[in-house]
Write a protein of this length. Structure first.
Length: 260
């Protein structure tokens, strides 16, 4: 399994191409786009061509995966920094690639909430699949499980498992949820760490310290911090998170690829 960061800026875009939340999870058979925050569709196109499988049909091999090779999209919640590029993806699929039926997994009500972007008509481009706390689905060889986090709109953390490896993405959460919800020993926890120790009273997000402590309690093998508030010193988040985790943590960066 491979994780590619498309964007990792917390809540609003950071300078110099700092897109909001989005990740690509690639397994042997599946290509899952996990959150589509603002800026991630642009960054996606550095890793995925437009219309890859169509080119492959024409015998143009080998070629990198295409947008139409994306097996499924997962949206953790309807805060725009996690989903608004679904609009651009819809335009690309509808008018550019003339594709329909890409499955979008997300919390109940997502289609209706985002429908205002398209006057309620997505043109059949997406097949909306509502998932909730405790649900599990399979996308090719990739198992997905969901857990409701501590964040105001219905928000789902996601576990991706394939080839005996497990990735847990916390989505947005406050400290009243823990990645232990998926059981111990994840190979990588990709945890939001919006804040730092000095401002961890919101209850809506984690500090780097809280992310480190939660991942340690969940017995994670590795921890990657993401969704940092723009303007905070990321080095300080890494130091704080590493102290709490007990080992050096990774820091998400746009276009970074990590083998799991
Ligand atoms: Zn967010
Ligand atoms: Zn949020």
């Amino acid at each position: 399994m491979e994780l590619t960061v498309l964007g990792c800026s917390g809540s609003y875009g950071a300078p110099a191409g700092g897109a909001c939340s989005g990740y690509l999870v690639r397994t042997t058979e599946a290509l899952v786009w996990l959150d589509c925050g603002n800026g991630t569709l642009a960054n996606l196109q550095r890793h995925v061509t437009l219309g890859g499988s169509r080119r492959r049909d024409q015998g143009d091999t080998p070629c990198p995966p295409g947008v139409d090779d994306i097996t499924a999209v997962v949206v953790t919640h309807w805060h725009p920094d996690h989903c608004v590029d679904l609009y651009g993806l819809h335009v690309l699929l509808k008018y550019g690639l003339e594709r329909q039926g890409l499955t979008v997994y997300g919390p109940e009500g997502l289609e209706r909430r985002l429908g205002t972007l398209v006057d309620g008509d997505w043109g059949g481009v997406f097949t909306w699949a509502a998932v909730g706390d405790g649900d599990a689905v399979t996308v090719e060889d990739c198992g997905l499980r969901f857990s409701r986090t501590a964040h105001p709109p219905p928000t789902l953390a996601v576990e991706c498992s394939a080839g005996g490896k497990r990735l847990v993405y916390t989505a947005d959460t406050g400290p009243d949820w823990s990645p232990e919800a998926f059981g111990p020993g994840a190979d990588l926890i990709l945890s939001e760490a919006t804040f730092q120790r000095g401002n961890e009273n919101s209850g809506l997000h984690l500090s780097a310290r809280q992310a480190g402590e939660a991942a340690r309690a969940a017995g994670a093998r590795r921890l990657m911090l993401t969704h940092l508030w723009p303007g905070l010193d990321p080095t300080a988040s890494v130091v704080e998170g590493s102290e709490a985790f007990g080992r050096e943590v990774l820091l998400a960066a746009p276009h970074q690829r990590t083998r799991i």
